[in-house]
Design a protein around this ligand. Structure first.
Ligand code: FES
Length: 162
C-alpha cells in the first residue's frame, strides 16, 4: 500500500463507510485497516481523515498510542512481549532482549526478511501467565529466556516447510 491508487482509496473509503452510523468510529476503522492491510501509514490516515472529517493529528495520535496499530508493515509473525509490572518482575525485559538479540532487531522493528516483528506491550491482562508473550495474537505463558531460540527456530522451520 506504499502508493495509494484509486482502488486503494476506494477500499479505505469503503471501510470508513462500514462505520458511518457509529458515533466514535475511528478505532473500528483503523482496526479493520490494520487487520486487512497490516499497517496504517500516513497516506491512509489522510484518506480516513478526508472521509470522516477526523483530523490527521487525532488519527496519528491513536495509531501511535496503541501498539496494535503500526505505521510500518509488520512481519509475518508478530511477537509481543508484555513489559507490564507483573511480567517485568518475572524477567520480561530479559525475554524481549533475547528475542531482539536472536533476530537482530530493536523492539518495534521488523526483521529484514519480514518474518518477525517484535513489539513491547503494556499489560495484556494475562498477569498470571507472566512473563506473557503474544505470538500472532495468542498468549504464551511463562516464556523463559532459554525458550526464545526454540520459538524462533520453530517458526523458521515452518516457514521453510511451507
Ligand atoms: S503485566 Fe504482563 S500480562 Fe499483565
Amino acid at each position: 500500500m506504499a502508493v495509494l491508487n484509486s482502488t486503494a482509496v476506494e477500499q479505505i473509503e469503503r471501510i470508513c463507510d462500514r462505520y458511518a452510523e457509529e458515533k466514535t468510529p475511528l478505532i473500528m476503522i483503523l482496526s479493520d485497516i490494520q487487520r486487512e492491510y497490516g499497517y496504517v501509514p500516513l497516506e491512509v490516515q489522510e484518506v480516513v481523515s478526508r472521509k470522516t472529517g477526523i483530523s490527521v493529528a487525532e488519527i496519528y495520535g491513536v495509531v501511535t498510542f496503541y501498539s496494535f496499530f503500526s505505521l510500518e508493515p509488520k512481519g509475518k509473525h508478530v511477537i509481543g512481549c508484555c513489559l507490564g509490572t507483573a511480567c517485568y518482575v518475572k524477567d520480561a525485559q530479559k525475554v524481549i532482549d533475547r528475542f531482539c538479540e536472536v533476530l537482530g532487531v530493536q523492539p518495534g522493528e521488523t526483521t529484514e526478511d519480514r518474518m518477525f516483528t517484535i513489539d513491547a506491550l503494556r499489560c495484556i491482562g494475562a498477569c498470571a501467565a507472566a512473563p506473557a508473550v503474544t505470538r500472532d495474537g495468542d498468549v504464551s505463558a511463562r516464556v523463559r529466556v532459554t525458550d526464545v531460540p526454540d520459538i524462533i527456530a520453530r517458526y523458521r522451520a515452518e516457514g521453510s516447510a511451507a
